[in-house]
Design a protein around this ligand. Structure first.
Ligand SMILES: Nc1ncnc2c1ncn2[C@@H]1O[C@H](COP(=O)(O)OP(=O)(O)OP(=O)(O)O)[C@@H](O)[C@H]1O
Length: 246
């Protein structure tokens, strides 16, 4: 389980996050949405242990946490299988065993015919699937996903979402995912958390009770419409221009 209790974060002179209470339970998928700059990535960095809270408590009791970012961050000089096996190498797993495991994962993310390809020989969507397989290779029971599909076109994006849905539904992997896209959040989450303001704080939480199999495109748009009718949610998504200085 991940638990943030009354967490605040200052970076330099600025308070970025204020009084955040947030939990992610085993097997739970939580999506964070909110306007640009409200501190969503900073919250993931707190969850990963990359930064420390200025006050409050962050407890991550998942066995293995792994992260996937907006850009795939693959090693360009390594073939696809070696990229997937990177974390296993760092953990001292022998070459034969780690490549066997990497092959298994490449098959699972639909890249069975690309074992020997270098990253530049793969499409953006394929590279992102490699990044996901690399996170899974280390046996992660908790995935931090920072807008992992925002650079993909609509078709690839939907494919990648299917993959995350499988991880959540079939394998019970817990996820904390940042997205700008409310329909993506509604498709993949058990719970949608809206963050807003400066400093960022949780303004709304929405439990999605509809089973994953029943979340059709029509349902997603209707549900997003419902959510956006909540004033606190629509205000978060509105553009607030900086007041002009005379
Ligand atoms: N290392 C840092 N030092 C100082 N300020 C920082 C640092 N990193 C981020 N910030 C500031 O913290 C605020 C929140 O940034 P963060 O990237 O967490 O927001 P976000 O909600 O993920 O934004 P976006 O949706 O645009 O990716 C921003 O104002 C940013 O400028």
């Amino acid at each position: 389980m991940l638990a943030l209790e009354r967490v605040s974060l200052d970076l330099g002179p600025n308070q970025i996050l204020s009084d955040i209470n947030l939990t992610v339970s085993a097997g739970e998928s939580v999506c964070l949405v909110g306007p640009s700059g409200c501190g969503k990535t900073s919250l993931l960095r707190l969850a990963s242990g990359a930064v420390e809270a200025t006050s409050g408590q962050v407890v991550n009791s998942f066995a293995t946490t792994a992260a996937v970012f907006q850009e795939p961050r693959l090693l360009p000089w390594q073939r696809m299988l070696d990229n997937i096996a990177l974390g296993l190498k760092a953990r001292g797993v022998g070459r034969g065993e780690r490549l066997a495991r990497a092959r298994e994962l490449a098959d699972r993310v639909g890249l069975a015919d690309r074992y020997e390809h270098f990253p530049h020989e793969l499409s953006g969507g394929m590279q992102q699937r490699v990044a996901l397989a690399r996170a899974l290779a280390v046996g992660a029971d908790f995935l931090l996903l920072d807008e992992p599909f925002s650079a993909l076109d609509v078709g690839l994006r939907s494919e990648a979402q299917d993959l995350v849905e499988q991880l959540v539904v079939d394998q019970g992997i817990a996820t904390l995912m940042v997205t700008h896209d409310l329909t993506e959040a509604l498709r993949l989450a058990h719970r949608v958390v809206v963050i807003s303001g400066s400093p960022g704080h949780v303004v709304f939480e929405h439990w999605v009770d509809t089973p994953f199999t029943e979340r059709s495109p029509a349902w997603l748009y209707e549900e997003a419409g419902h959510l956006l009718r909540q004033p606190v949610v629509s205000e978060s998504f509105l553009f607030h221009p900086e007041p002009e200085v005379a």
